[in-house]
Design a protein around this ligand. Sequence first.
Ligand SMILES: [Zn+2]
Length: 322
Amino acid sequence: MSKVIRTVLGDIDPLESGAANMHDHLIREAGTVEVLMDKDFLMDSAEAAAEELQDFSKYGGKTFLDAQPLGCGRNIQKYIDIANKVPEVQIIASTGFHKGKFYFASHWVNDYSINEMVDLLLGEIYEGIDLNMYNGPFVKRSTARAGVIKAGTGYQVISSLEEKMCRASARAQKATGLLLFTHTQHGTMGHEQLDIFESEGVDLSRVMVGHIDRNPDPNNLISLAKRGATLEFDTPMRIKYHAESVTIDCLRAVIDAGYEDQIVLAGDNGRRSYLKAYGGGPGYAYILEKFVPRLYSEGFDEKIIYKIMVETPRRLLSFENA
Ligand SMILES: [Zn+2]
């Protein structure tokens, strides 16, 4: 049995992965909690996503992790169309769950048991992603299968619904060996997420903690890495949160502490105003276009940059296909 990376258009040899954007957003349809909160979250244009991906590819991008899980506006048919339009970029689709606040009280996540939810996740990983996100009554599987599993929590709190969803995602991770990646709100509750995953028997080297540099505290970052998790940095370019120099200092601190193999970078362009194709910026290409050159100019070792952009994403995305 050999390892593969599961993309929207099929499984690939991990050696084909190349430079990766490890958390970003292709599509978010109308009718979700987020879009009702703020129209800026509406990202429904397959053409705009394809245009952005072409730009990402122009700067050397090869692999793109779409972080839209169940119930949050994912549209797998559009992903397949985008993947066919931009075959030079390999798209990885997610299954799993977001933070609890993104689900209406009427959503099935509130009613199903943990193990019922695990079955739904395994269906998306092994059989095909449901075209309608299990909003029923019929399940219609697409040709695309999920290649990563998401879990999410709130700001300084994990609600009982979030704990249930985290446990379902953790059990699906254990059953499949796929990467389990998370949403943290403002970089909080990272350790608490790992506690839940550990209690489910998840190997923390298969976990990527998301948006964790929104809390640019080297102590917190290093303590999470010490437990085996990989840190997903996506705050470069978000000057409204903090200067990029703060992110650079955090990267240095984590590398100096010996955890250079547990860092990845991402764009997390989850608003239309973040994408050039909708008239905003900086877009999917930013990390490769601007931030990686800055790392070189700041004296970061070329081998370490290669690990962050290529080798660690490859290791995380690869799994033994059962
Ligand atoms: Zn995101």
